[in-house]
Write a protein that binds this ligand. Structure first.
Ligand SMILES: Cc1cc2nc3c(=O)[nH]c(=O)nc-3n(C[C@H](O)[C@H](O)[C@H](O)COP(=O)(O)OP(=O)(O)OC[C@H]3O[C@@H](n4cnc5c(N)ncnc54)[C@H](O)[C@@H]3O)c2cc1C
Length: 367
């Protein structure tokens, strides 16, 4: 742990999603008292991101959060890959050189609830229903306008951590560009209950189709599954001999690929979806945010915030490049690319060592 800064900075964390909650937890467990606000009335009721990486579990270990998440989540040991209905290979997290050699599956609503409870245990309570409406950088610090149940308020802070998601008001008010593009395809998710699931309950399933459609399904609870697809009907791209007992939720989402032009402007820092968005391939979205937040908190304690953007922005950049490459291959329609991809997957099934670099990236162990 770094040395405590000489005068305690006044810190505002905007947004109590996984990124903001991690920042607040990591500051609070080292003795700082950030304020953390969220415009919503409580943790998200939605399942949203479900995959927690081994590295995120490492980062959430000192606050005690990892142990609770581990006791509530499902340990996904790997994935089976199918093309046109036929099994072509498998991915096994087992050989990962890590104590958590699996992807922990837990709906984001539960992850956030666990984090907010642990934070309260450290003496910091999320101020729900409080929205940041404006922010002005003034001298060394920033002045913000907040709106909440107690009315309007202006307050001054030394540091602002903008973890307010993809439409970040902090980013906008600080005048930081969010550069990129949007994919044309509309993606979908479905959370479903399946009683007679024909596959292993701790493996994800990947379905590639000749027309470039893709379907993924991952267990998220006892008899419960999350399907994701690059088509408007996620379950239509999951094949097999099973019956859906209940559809818990379906949703459509666009796929923006964007990154903030900088993660820092004076006293204002960005992390999580406020700083980067990309495809769900590789399940890194929420995990990159947890890593950003942990790096921010560590640097606050070390009085070394100058390197935050140079540390975290290239990681986001690299992941956007990698996940866009993986997406192009997953959505391939060219027979040549499909043949190459499927051969590579078969080879990786026979020689798991070939997959290790990719798995280490998904696990957050290598950037
Ligand atoms: C339907 C859906 C499915 C998804 N599926 C996956 C998946 O399978 N895998 C994956 O990795 N990722 C997935 N994601 C993305 C994942 O949920 C995000 O990457 C993750 O939530 C990012 O966390 P965050 O804390 O940075 O931002 P968020 O979770 O968006 O949190 C931002 C918080 O800021 C608050 N806020 C916003 N503006 C203000 C303001 N002005 N003042 C105060 N508070 C504010 C919001 O209320 C919110 O609570 C999905 C997202 C959606 C919507």
């Amino acid at each position: 742990m770094g040395s405590m800064p000489r005068t305690l900075p006044r810190i505002l964390v905007v947004g109590a999603g996984p990124t903001g909650l991690t920042a607040a937890l990591e500051l609070a467990r080292r003795g700082l008292r950030p304020r953390i606000i969220d415009r919503d009335e409580g943790p998200t009721p939605l399942s949203k991101a479900v995959g927690i990486s081994p590295h995120s579990l490492d980062l959430l270990h000192p606050s005690g959060v990892a142990d609770t998440l581990l006791s509530e989540g499902i340990r996904v040991r790997g994935a089976q890959v199918r093309y046109h209905g036929r099994r072509i290979g498998a991915v096994d997290f087992g050989p990962l050189p890590h104590r958590y050699n699996f992807l922990l599956s837990l709906p984001q609503s539960q992850t956030e609830t666990v984090m907010a409870r642990a934070l309260a245990g450290l003496g910091v309570t999320v101020e729900w229903g409080v929205r940041l409406t404006d922010l002005t950088i003034a001298g060394q610090g920033a002045s913000v306008a907040l709106e909440g149940p107690r009315g309007r308020e202006t307050a001054d802070f030394d540091l602002i951590f903008g973890a307010d998601g993809v439409h970040s008001r902090v980013r906008e008010a600080a005048g930081i560009a969010f550069e990129g593009y949007d994919h044309r395809r509309q993606w979908s998710i479905a959370d479903v209950e399946i009683g007679d699931w024909p596959h292993s309950p701790d493996l994800a399933q990947v379905f590639f189709h000749p027309d470039g459609d893709v379907g993924f399904i991952i267990p998220i609870g006892e008899g419960r599954f999350r399907a994701v697809s690059n088509t408007p009907d996620a379950m239509a791209r999951i094949h097999g001999d099973f019956r859906v007992d209940r559809v818990l939720r379906t949703d459509l989402f666009p796929l923006p690929i964007r990154q903030a032009s900088t993660y820092r402007k004076g006293p204002v820092f960005l992390g999580g979806d406020a700083a980067h968005v990309h495809s769900p391939l590789g399940a890194r979205g929420m995990n990159l945010g947890i890593e950003d937040a942990a790096a921010f908190a560590r640097r606050v304690m070390d009085d070394d915030l100058a390197g935050y953007c140079d540390e975290r922005r290239p990681v986001g950049r690299r992941w956007i490049r990698l996940s866009e490459g993986a997406l192009a291959v997953a959505q391939a329609r060219s027979p040549l690319v499909i043949a190459g991809r499927n051969l590579a997957i078969r080879l990786a099934g026979w020689f798991p060592v070939l997959l290790r670099p990719a798995l280490e990236r998904v696990a957050g162990l290598k950037e």
